[in-house]
Write a protein that binds this ligand. Structure first.
Ligand code: AMP
Ligand code: ZN
Length: 474
């Protein structure tokens, strides 16, 4: 199976060829654990999970490494501002270690609810300080650093090709066009590898180093940990679209300055989740978390389905209407799967006949730079095709779901998880029924239907389903 991926390095579609046959080393920049992840952050991790599952579908054995940033990430990616962890700790009245532990757990909880597969290696920055010190020493030995004002800087003028990933303007880089905020820097784009002095003296996380007691710059952790767990050269590096100009540019400079070898072959970046016209961001305050979605009655997988509806390289606008439509879509698939299961008994091990053509279309689209919107369309067309025997449709859908991962193999029936208002209406309806006020009970049933929810009374109590009118045609 030939997999095509859009490589940010060189800005072109390329056929994926791993360094080692059948194996893939993949590094994903992980969360900074100073607060809850918002659904924008989570969109990036869903894209990376789809990538991982597509690679597995294509037959690769994937080694997936993700870091957890629990030190050194300043509020501005380019060395300015305060440490995000410190700021978070101060605002929440906790120690940095406490908030790191709390938000790491919260992050992986959301990650699991979205059915993202746990990375092969999860590495915390604070557990790898010695690896970072060793790497900085190598970069220093190779002549790419200078010390100023107590901090160790990377000297970008010594690294030919700096900024290649982000197509940074070479003339501008030489001129150092931006006014340097940090007086220690020779060029404003130089960046800190190790801080012993910062504007924020209350830094509580510090370690001894050859340059004095201090803490690492943000970028060095990804170079140190990715190479530790994947080797000095590996296949894929991913992250959000904010990373090419600063973070990933600096990671490349550090890693290649240390080893003298080309570092990563394929660079993939996920586009923003936006709210209105703005990127969803904690700093802008326009963010929503997965638990808010759940409180409003959505299943985390509704959000996964919502993300599958847009290609990872296009912006996706978050709206509640869009999320409701995704919920109806996902429920429609789940319903259909339940029907097919009832019709077909046990699915055959693999699809046959016309279902194979649908599988081929699906594979073409998945292997075409993870075109999930087209893949979803393939799934729907197949599910609706009455010419394909139910057992084949079921088998093909379950095989497709190894990439979508909407939990279809466990799906039974599209039940609704009621939100608070729905619960209140249901209670009122039960009271009315008990009081034999059937007129009122029916009125409430109609109110629920207007909200897109169908009530079915059963011996075990009322069951909720997405109303037929809200389901996608099948
Ligand atoms: P952070 O925890 O702030 O380091 O961000 C974690 C990841 O989420 C990074 O790869 C960011 O690029 C990504 N990210 C942040 N905001 C958004 C957004 N609105 N949409 C998609 N990805 C985002
Ligand atoms: Zn990184």
């Amino acid at each position: 199976m030939e997999l095509k991926l859009w490589n940010t390095m060189g800005r072109e579609m390329q056929i994926f060829t791993p360094r080692e046959k059948g194996k893939v080393g993949m590094y994903c920049c992980g969360p900074t654990v100073y607060d809850f992840a918002h659904v924008g952050n989570l969109r990036t991790y869903i894209f990376e999970d789809i990538l991982r599952k597509t690679l597995a579908y294509a037959g690769y054995d994937v080694r997936h490494v993700m870091n957890v940033t629990d030190v050194g990430h300043l509020t501005d990616d380019a060395d300015e501002g305060e440490d995000k962890m410190l700021k978070g700790a101060r605002e929440k009245g906790k120690s940095v270690w406490e908030i790191a532990e709390f938000y790491t757990k919260a992050f992986f909880h959301d990650f699991g609810l979205l059915r993202c597969v746990t990375p092969t290696v999860i590495c915390r920055a604070t557990a790898h300080i010695q690896d970072m010190i060793d790497l900085i020493s190598r970069i220093e030995k190779n002549g790419f650093t200078y010390v100023a004002g107590g901090n160790v800087y990377f000297d970008i003028s010594k690294f030919p090709g700096y900024g290649k990933l982000a197509l940074l303007d070479q003339q501008e880089l030489k001129a150092g066009a931006r006014i340097a905020v940090d007086e220690g820097k020779k060029n404003p784009r130089d960046f800190v590898l190790w801080f012993t002095k910062s504007k924020f003296e209350h830094q509580s996380m510090t370690w001894d180093s050859p340059w004095g007691r201090g803490y690492p710059g943000w970028h060095i952790e990804c170079s140190a940990m990715s190479m530790k767990y994947l080797g000095e050269q590996f296949d894929i590096h991913c992250g959000g679209i904010d990373h090419p100009p600063v973070h990933h540019t600096n990671e490349i400079a550090q890693s290649e300055a240390a080893t003298g070898k080309p570092w990563v072959t394929y660079w993939l970046h996920g586009e923003w989740l936006v709210m209105g016209k703005e990127k969803m961001a904690k700093s802008a305050g326009n963010f929503t978390t997965l638990s808010t979605l759940v409180e409003k009655g959505f299943d985390p997988l509704d959000y996964r389905y919502f993300c599958l509806g847009a290609h990872y390289r296009t912006q996706l606008a978050f709206t509640w209407e869009g999320l409701s439509a995704a919920r109806a879509g996902r429920m429609g698939v789940v319903d259909k799967i339940a029907q097919l299961r009832a019709q077909s008994g046990h699915p055959p091990a693999s699809p046959t006949g016309k279902a194979l053509q649908y599988m081929a279309d699906f594979e073409t689209h998945a292997m075409d730079d993870l075109n999930m919107p087209r893949c979803l369309a393939d799934l729907w067309t197949m599910l609706r095709d009455a010419e394909v025997p139910p057992a084949d449709r079921l088998a093909a859908a379950l095989r497709m779901d190894t990439i979508f991962d909407l939990g279809l193999s466990e799906a039974r029936e599209a039940e609704v998880v009621p939100d608070e208002e729905t619960r209140a209406l249901l209670e009122q309806r039960e009271l009315a029924r008990k009081g034999r006020d059937f007129k009122k009970a029916d009125e409430i049933r109609a109110m629920l239907l207007a909200r897109g929810i169908e009530v079915q009374d059963s011996p075990g109590g009322p069951k909720l389903r997405i109303a037929a009118g809200q389901r996608r045609e099948d």
